[in-house]
Design a protein. Structure first.
Length: 248
């Protein structure tokens, strides 16, 4: 057994995970946050941090047992389906309680034109009929879905440099939120954007683009979230904090 033991493992990478880690750390709870390591300069939470994957559910189960973890909070991004599925399988295997902390999805503003799709591939197929200049904010993974869309020019915003094939006609903007509606409106006007593409990530850090698109009178193509992992779920950090303090 490892000499390092943790009461709570947070599967993180979101603002909610950082808030929870800070609250637990302030209460003297031995908490470690696990980050996938996909962002070059991630915002680090308080407490200990672990970077990199676990090697699937078996690897995560072994890590939980090795470090005598008493509770796991899955506070990963709503679209990080693989790690959420691994968390369900791993915690069930070793008998460790699991809670999913997931921010609510976005609510459609009055007058906004939202087009819901099930995947980035569906978004790419829909785009040519909606506009000619797209603001693509779906993250740096999955951009290959738009690589063959030759009739649309893309403004692609990511935190880090994307890999893999990109659309032929594009401009890359490396930037990190939070954003303001005025700033997003200026971006839409400057680049003559006539359609927005994003995922239903939820939260306040990047919601301004949706309000800006509605004010600018352009449609938003929004990818639905994948099905939930089947774990007990809360949407509020305080609820997750109370749960962790009780079970850990």
């Amino acid at each position: 057994m490892s000499s390092v033991r943790y009461q709570v493992l947070i599967l993180g990478g979101t603002s909610e995970s950082r808030a929870l880690a800070a609250a637990l750390h302030a209460r003297g709870v031995a908490v470690v946050s696990s980050l996938a390591g996909r962002v070059a300069r991630p915002r680090l939470p308080e407490g200990e941090v672990r970077l990199g994957g676990f090697g699937g559910p078996d690897g995560l189960a072994a890590w939980l047992a090795e470090h005598d973890v008493r509770a796991v909070v899955d506070a990963t991004h709503p679209f990080a389906a693989r790690i959420s599925e691994s968390a369900v399988a791993a915690t069930a295997h070793v008998g460790v309680p699991l809670l999913r902390l997931e921010r609510p999805g976005w609510s459609q503003p009055d007058g906004a034109d939202w087009r819901w799709v099930d995947s980035l591939d569906d978004a790419a197929e829909l785009l040519p009929g909606l506009g000619e200049r797209a603001f693509l904010t779906s993250g740096r993974q999955g951009l290959a879905a738009f690589a063959d869309v030759d009739t649309v020019w893309f403004l692609i915003r990511c935190v880090d440099q994307p890999e893999g094939p990109l659309p032929r006609h594009h401009e890359l903007l490396l930037d990190r939120g939070p954003y303001t509606v005025d700033r997003e409106l200026d971006l839409l006007r400057t680049h003559r954007i006539d359609v927005l593409v994003t995922k239903d990530s939820g939260g306040d850090m990047t919601a301004a683009k949706l309000d800006a698109a509605a004010r600018h009178g352009v449609p938003s193509v929004i990818v639905r979230r994948p099905p939930g992992p089947g774990a007990p779920t809360v949407s509020d950090v305080d609820d997750a904090l109370r749960w962790a303090l009780e079970v850990a």
